[in-house]
Design a protein around this ligand. Sequence first.
Ligand code: IMP
Ligand code: MG
Length: 175
Amino acid sequence: MNKIKYKDFIFEKYILNKDITNRSKLIAQDINNEYDGESIIFVGLLKGCLPFMSSILESLDCKYTSCFITVSSYKGFKSGKINFESDLTKKDVYNRNIIIVDDIIDTGKSIKYVKDYLEKLKPKKIKIASLLVKDRSLKLSDWFGFKISDEFVIGYGMDLDDKFRDLEDIYIRKA
Ligand code: IMP
Ligand code: MG
């Protein structure tokens, strides 16, 4: 399937699953080297983080635990008010290595919100891994899979109207 039609929109295949898993392995190796022997708490941003996070964890050799924060800001193609739910406490995070994992950083609003929230719980170090970044958000991530052009994408965890998260490749909006 190279094209997807949904309502009046057209999406075209953009990033292949095998390229995503190759990038995830390289990111995992980099994390292995940096945190050699130390444990990490992965904080995934639901729901989009799931495929990317499991792909990284599969190739990880460090000791880790994972937890999740639910954060959303998108309605259709537009970024709006942030909805946020977390039950993480200072006890979970204090003096620990945190890596936040997200599917895509666009405006950076959501990731900044989550990072500010976690900083208040006094971790040892916070880093960010995102599957996709855009030019304007490049500086926000410590590891990213791919820099993409400024268009809406779906698949590999990313949705439009809570659909298409299950696509194994990433598709980009063309019309
Ligand atoms: P930001 O706050 O603008 O950086 O966007 C944050 C979140 O909105 C991302 O983590 C995604 O979950 C979602 N999002 C942003 N852009 C897209 C996109 O192109 N497709 C699907 N979801 C997106
Ligand atoms: Mg997200």
